[in-house]
Design a protein. Structure first.
Length: 266
């Protein structure tokens, strides 16, 4: 699948909700009047998770097939590949261990057919999940990684990734006064901005079903004038429906935020 304007999966050229999005809302009985105000309010109330993705409970158990088919039409299932052959910067977005293996494997595959100047890996000091992520990592490497960035460094070393020139940008946990939270994509993109690199062509590496959402985050917070393209490998193991719907909710919200910021800048 090759699609640069990923936002067109959720809204059309008139800035109205796409047909695929409206059909999913109707099938799952999410009330709306085709307005973004209602769609945002009701999807966040019904679908937004309150804990990490791998800890959420299944939603709509008897409608999983409907949700999966809808996600195909919303561009969240199949791989999205690079449209060009030359890039200045590649940004590999950090994530949990299992997903990082997918992202790194996909990056190594596409490096055989594209050229680049610099690779940046963006991550943070998120503690590894003790229930799922840590046991999988320890079974492979036989030691405890303190956080996501250390896990990534270990994987890169084992995979001999040093043959590719790269820079690992790692953020500590963030103290917001009310809480200490893990760095997210917004935080790492803003940190990358501080490098003050020339505004050129960027290839962003994610994986499905997160490509559209993370594309929107990067476009929101990366400084203007970068030529941005976000790609990622297909889904190999179907996540529970709550993950799909949470990701879609965040994508809808992020696109609306991006449109507001773009309008205010104009």
């Amino acid at each position: 699948m090759n699609r640069k304007n990923l936002s067109s999966y959720i809204y059309n050229f008139n800035n109205r909700p796409s047909k695929a999005l409206i059909e999913l809302l109707d099938r799952l009985q999410i009330p709306h009047d085709h307005s973004w105000t209602q769609i945002l309010a009701h999807t966040q109330k019904k679908w937004l998770r309150k804990k990490e993705r791998w800890l959420v409970n299944e939603l709509y158990k008897h409608q999983k097939k409907i949700i999966f088919e809808a996600m195909k039409h919303l561009g969240c299932i199949e791989a999205i590949h690079p449209q060009k052959t030359e890039y200045d910067y590649i940004l590999l977005l950090g994530c949990p261990y299992q997903k990082f293996l997918i992202r790194l494997g996909y990056l190594e595959k596409i490096l055989k057919r594209i050229t680049y100047k610099q690779i940046f890996i963006l991550s943070g000091h998120r503690p590894l999940d003790a229930q799922i992520e840590m046991p999988l990592f320890e079974s492979k490497y036989a030691f405890q990684a303190k956080h996501e960035s250390e896990m990534i460094n270990t994987v890169l070393k084992e995979k001999s990734f040093k043959k590719y020139a790269h820079f690992h940008l790692s953020l500590p946990m963030i103290d917001t006064i009310t809480e200490i939270r893990r760095p997210n994509t917004e935080d790492t993109v803003k940190a990358w901005n501080l490098l003050k690199l020339p505004h050129k062509r960027c290839l962003i590496i994610s994986n499905q079903p997160y490509v559209g959402y993370q594309d929107s985050v990067v476009r929101t917070y990366l400084e203007p004038d970068y030529d941005i393209e976000t790609v990622g490998d297909r889904i190999y193991q179907e996540p529970n429906s709550a993950v799909f719907l949470d990701n879609l909710t965040r994508w809808i919200y992020q696109e609306n935020q991006r449109c507001k910021l773009t309008a205010s800048a104009d």
